[in-house]
Design a protein around this ligand. Sequence first.
Ligand code: DOR
Length: 441
Amino acid sequence: MSTANSEERLIRRARVLQPDGSFQENDVLLRQGKIAAIAPNLEPSANEIDATGLSLLPGVIDPQVHFREPGLEHKEDLFTATCACARGGVTSFLEMPNTKPLTTTQAALDDKLQRAASKCLVNYGFFIGATPENLPDLNTANPTCGIKIFMGSAHGALLVSREAELEPIFASGRRLIAVHAEDQARINERRRQFQGQTDPAIHSQIQDDQAALNATQLAMKLSKKYQRRLHILHLSTAIEAEYLRQEKPPWVTAEVTPQHLLLNTSAYAEIGTLAQMNPPLRSPHDNAVLWQALLDGVIDFIATDHAPHTLTEKAKGYPQTPSGMPGVETLLPLMLTQAQQGRCSYAQVAHWLAAAPAAAYGIANKGKLLPDYDADLVLVDLEREQPVRREDVVSKCGWSPFEGWQLTGWPQYTLVGGQVAYERGQLHTEVRGQALQFAAP
Ligand code: DOR
């Protein structure tokens, strides 16, 4: 067989990240899409990557993205989004159901999987979206990483906000439920109070901390009642983090985005509506408490919530502007820069960006640098600083909220199942990822 996957490849002299966070120079042999050996001085191969000076990490698993296909391809599509993934060292993603049509049926899920197989440079998985009406589909759709519930800030029929609508979903079935936790009733009421105001900074006041906490508490109450596997998406507030520190049972996980760790409401003055997202940016105090919760394991991992909108859409003026910002190209260098600055270790970054999301979603053989694991890998340059520049952005939206930030740890090579998808500024657009498999709960 001569498929790309059956090729052998040798990564020569990489600084391989160790479980203790140190780096050890080694050669890494890849065979049939898997890591075959990690050892010094391996036999020469016809297919070698000289990784001298580069550091090898597991490929990033981004467990929350919005890639817009089908139906919203003017913002992004599965091809452009996964080109951006390859540039950012993201080798697998889990995508949300707020496309057009919504991913609320097996047929819509099948359509996405088919599109992904023909277009995605990296590995893919999709959520099934909950509406108040599609309970049977939620537990039979396959393959899916889980059920997505928008308790607030929803897109059309995806809104499931009232306890009476939520309870049947938590009560039936066992698969993972991931919630966007904002209290829609409170948001509606506060929106009326701020009517007529156009400063984007009020976005964080309308969709306030209490709106987030109310929904997180409701989801937790139902999860505890039915011992239902729950994942809280993009945790944004200190009060939720403190609540989870006290209350979170072992079957609940939570994630945070780099935006909620590293940006706060001061960003509105600098980048205006480009800083508008749901749940909104919060205060520097929230940044600090979320960081501590991540370091302490109250928050389990990191996701980008990559939610591209065009600059034209973002220029409409608040509140007509859509919420969301891109993230797959900056996630890894942002977090590696944090490690370099001593805010966390490199091992923690690899855990939060690869091993932990793999474990939470039951994705076997991914997220670690071990023999027999899939060869989804990223080689980064930890020595060289480079700014985030608009002209370098690969995502169709063409901008980043982090423009101008000096970052280290930019990917130099991204490998998906042993195939080189990105190499020092060049995309190998013929590479294709595979459908992710998820262990049954
Ligand atoms: O800001 C956001 N934008 N948050 C979401 O949860 C959805 C997303 C989008 O799809 O634009």
